[in-house]
Design a binder for this molecule. Structure first.
Ligand code: FA5
Length: 333
């Protein structure tokens, strides 16, 4: 039995020494010192020993147990230290690496133009109104003197959702909504910015989704002269006092007379930025305004066209592609 204990000690100490993982140490503990372990099995056999041998073998067994426990404790400690060091090595943080820089964003040129135009009109006593992009045919066309069979509906190819609902083709759809809400009160001096949608083919100056700012003034004695004055103010504040402006006679079913306004660009020539005119008496009547007492003017400005002229952008699609190389150029705008 003495020999069994001695060889058990040698064998166990060797196995403990050569263990390279904590998992293995745990298994070895069970193997030698566990309830069904090898040392325990030897101790169980002590009953068959003689009275003289028992204390000697008992003493030796305790010695072996103590030696194994010490070996387990030492090995566990050194393995834990090794594991910790390996972990620290693999998780080393290099504090000299340059950090990921968080670039502050900037205002999109379209938004910047909308804000600049809003400021100019607020300075002239206008208020800002809004309307839905998914609109009733009634507000987009009918209230603007464009009944269902009107040929001028072809001027704006539309995205219909149902026969009565469409994506608004212009911000003029907000005119009727605002006038009805005002219930015949004057003065009305509002601008209405927002997105509009048309089945136009995309090219350098046209987009199927673009932005307009509608203007509407209704009061006693509003004249074409006032319309011209307001538009000149806007254009000179946006593009400088010497900007060349041209008003061309045009046609819109909801204004009479109607004009289109062009701005001169030294390289691109004349570029149309808006449509305008005196509000058609029928539009005023439909919204509950007496066209004998009140007159009004309205305009619809293409925001992309203004942005393109102001910042020398040669293709409208740059405003929608979200190319950072393009957008970064507007940091200071
Ligand atoms: C209209 O939309 C009228 N509602 C404007 C108006 C309002 C007239 C009030 C009278 C009274 P027009 O379709 O011309 O008109 O568009 C107005 C402006 O929007 C144009 O001058 C142009 O600057 C811009 N625009 C029109 N179509 C596009 C397009 N596909 N892409 C980019 N801009 C466009």
């Amino acid at each position: 039995m003495r020999e069994r204990l001695e060889s058990l000690r040698t064998e166990a100490l060797q196995e403990i020494q050569s263990a390279t993982e904590m998992e293995l140490i745990k298994e070895l503990k069970v193997k030698y010192l566990g309830k069904k372990g090898e040392l325990t099995a030897v101790l169980r056999g002590m009953g068959s020993l003689s009275a003289e041998e028992r204390p000697v073998i008992g003493g030796l067994a305790n010695e072996v147990r103590a030696a194994l426990e010490t070996a387990f404790a030492q090995k566990s400690e050194s393995l834990e230290t090794e594991e910790l060091e390996a972990k620290l090595q693999s998780e080393t943080i290099d504090v000299t690496l340059p950090g990921a820089s968080l670039e502050p964003g900037s205002i999109h040129p379209l938004h910047s133009v909308i804000e600049q135009i809003e400021d100019i009109f607020i300075g002239m006593g206008f208020e800002i109104a809004e309307g839905p992009e998914v609109e009733l045919d009634h507000y987009n066309f009918e209230m603007l003197n464009l009944p269902k069979d009107h040929p001028a509906r072809d001027m704006q190819d539309s995205f219909y959702i149902t026969p009565e609902i469409l994506l608004r083709t212009h911000t003029s759809s907000v005119q009727g909504r605002t006038l009805l809400a005002k219930e015949g009160e004057v003065p009305v001096r509002i601008i209405m910015p927002g997105k509009v949608y048309r089945r136009d083919d995309d090219d350098a100056t046209h987009s199927h989704q673009f932005t307009q700012i509608e203007g509407l003034v209704v009061d006693r004695g509003v004249s074409m002269g006032e319309l011209k004055g307001v538009l000149l103010q806007l254009i000179q504040k946006m593009f400088g006092p010497d900007t060349e402006v041209r008003l061309r006679p045009s046609y819109f079913p909801f204004t009479e007379p109607s004009v289109e306004v062009d701005i001169y660009h030294p390289e691109k020539g004349w570029l149309e930025i808006l449509g305008a005119g005196m509000v058609h008496p029928r539009v005023l009547e439909k919204a509950g305004y007496d066209s004998e007492r009140y007159t009004g003017f309205a305009f619809g400005l293409g925001v992309e066209r203004v942005a393109m002229l102001k910042y020398d952008i040669d293709d409208i699609r740059h405003l929608y592609n979200n190319d950072l190389r393009f957008l970064r150029q507007f940091k200071s705008v």
